[in-house]
Design a protein around this ligand. Sequence first.
Ligand code: C2E
Ligand code: MG
Ligand code: MG
Ligand code: MG
Length: 283
Amino acid sequence: SAKRHGRNHDQRFRPSLDVAGDRQLALVNDLRAALASGGQLELHYQTQHRLDSGELVGMEALLRWRHPQHGMISPGDFIPLAERHGMMSALGNWVVERAAAQLANWRLAGMPAVPVWVNISAIQLIQGDLESRLAACLSQHQLPASMLGLELTESVLLDERAGDIYPRMAALRALGHQIAIDDFGTGYSSLSYLKRLPVDKLKLDRAFVSALPDDPADASIVSAVLAMARGLDLEVIAEGVETEAQRQFLLQHGCPLVQGFLFSRPLPAAEVEAHQLGEPQSA
Ligand code: C2E
Ligand code: MG
Ligand code: MG
Ligand code: MG
């Protein structure tokens, strides 16, 4: 039907026509079951640091699916599937609930009180009940909104189905949430939107960081973004920092915040906890 067609905007995905499609359909059913039970889903957490001091400033929650037969499936593989099959909204709700519960546990355990950032997909904004979902989770776990940051990609901001989301972002910030633009620099939006966008942080995409410091084009882009963000009073966090040379470049160009394998991989909650509580904090 037309409705069904409209929902599957990836025209290449035709489950009835090929074997790979059959496999995908099986995976969709598995994901539905995983979502219903919750047992195979996990959040891993990657630390975020102030670059000059090494201080822990936050953690990003990253979704993981531990499939009983296929092992760990990365979000890059199953999130598009969830989006095509109407599961992303439920998955997004699960993430928000799980992150809030984890924050509450960590508070009891005496973990450093830094915000956890969750990735928000377009459908969560389109559906319109994100605000009430967040509020319900926060009140259930007695957490301030400032502890739950929201990462939105440029593509989410550009998704016209989400309507005029600027006022909603402003309202979320008024409630105390911080908002970051994820994968900054990879979208096709005009820079003028930054002037009026109600956000706190720009997450500089890993694509610009990976070839630092040797690639002159990327080095120019990164130093320009850093200068621009300073002028706009936006904090930049560089994603995907893997090497000491990248760290040095970012330090020299005044990048305030970093996240990447050089500091920590995304880890299960228990490992983050052991690491943060078991060792003195250092750069
Ligand atoms: P993202 O939000 O930009 O997350 C950063 C990705 O970069 C993560 O991949 C992380 O593991 C990876 N990464 C971090 N540091 C490094 C590094 O130093 N080197 C390299 N090579 N990679 C690094 P991951 O966990 O596979 O997630 C991929 C994407 O899936 C995320 O990109 C995000 O767009 C999406 N995603 C993950 N969890 C969720 C979720 O709960 N909801 C939604 N809507 N999307 C999610
Ligand atoms: Mg993110
Ligand atoms: Mg990103
Ligand atoms: Mg990314």
